[in-house]
Design a protein. Sequence first.
Length: 452
Amino acid sequence: MPTPESAKMHEVTGELREAVFEYARNRLSYSPPPLDHSQPESELQRLAGPTITEKGLGGVAALKVFELVLAPATISTDHPGYLSFIPSAPTEASKLFDLIVSASAIYGGSWLEGSGAVYAENEVLSWLARECGLPEAAGGVFVQGGTIGNLSALVAARHAYGARPGKRLAFVCSSESHSSLKTAARVMDVDIIAAKANHQGRLTGAAVAEALGSEDLDRVFAVVATAGTTNFGIVDEISSIAEVAKQHGKWLHVDGAYGLAAILDDSKRALFAGVEQADSVIVDPHKWLFAPFDACALIYRAPEIARAAHTQHGEYLDPLETGEWNPSDYAINLTRRPRGLPLWFSVATHGVAAYRKAVAANCEVAQAAAELIREREDLVLVRDPELSVVVFEKLGWSPADYAAWSDKLLKDQVAFVVPSSHAGRTNLRFAIVNPLTDVEMIRQILDSIPRN
């Protein structure tokens, strides 16, 4: 039994509770409290540390450290001017429910302990599977992110393929694929066979067939297509890739971490033809389905294959082996929070139609951004945007010029746009996944680039 003194760790004062709620309310409304510039430098230095002590600071003081010292040293990824990497733009509903998920202390790994949460997560996974045209029996789990999703899917694919004594196994993917696939190959100790993307950055079935033709087919256990590359937002030719994969009896995995959400936009749906033939797919709701970090939806055509590959066995786990749907059986993790619940709450609140409209609006802003770039003689559009990523160059700029402009843009609190590159050339890149990012904001950013 805990002593009365140790039990106090589970208590907080009313003052702290109200302070935390007030901070959260301000943050949810995009109105964080202004920094208290009246604090002397010595006071800020005192607050900065050390913060981990035997006696503790007390909750209100610790919150003050976060508010005045730590938070100002972070960048909010849900700001409409955050256009680097792949941002996050969670709805207020999803963020509010994320608070409830944490406060509820729900374990999301098994049906026995969290059936209500698992049911809701599975409802979302079934919706996403239907959008992709996968069969009714499809299902899976929400994992931490695309890296874990890709790794878990490929582990299931290798398990289904079985051992090939004396052969080093491999999977095929595009030369433009995400870096997480290289990580998966290292963790699994398998090889990557890189099929060459075409001049548009798109992998085709013909390229996969060519790559397979130069290999020992018996060592290849999977083919990976990308539904929206991170750097350019290019969708591979999934249909022809699927045809080649099935012809040779290979597992087809579709990495749609960023781009697959665009299947909700009717004008983009045709780009994803063939995804319905996938054996596994991923899409990250924290990227373009307006959910908080961190959530990747991993869906299998035949979940029982993944279950055979991933279920952990142990004496203390025996009560879970009841045949019920345990999410931890479908990925490499065991312990997990029900990270799909904030998305469930947001979609249940707003409806699928609102999601379709928001994704389509992002694509429209990307097209408008491309037009603004075309109007400038000193800017060059590297590639027409296919989804919501816009990549362009500034004529005459060196890498140092790009970096200096980016630094000033952030210092002036206009936006966060870091330089990127492709084929050795530095460029600028907008990743537009926030419904609050509008054309006027894009215009303001472009206007900050000095003309020649």
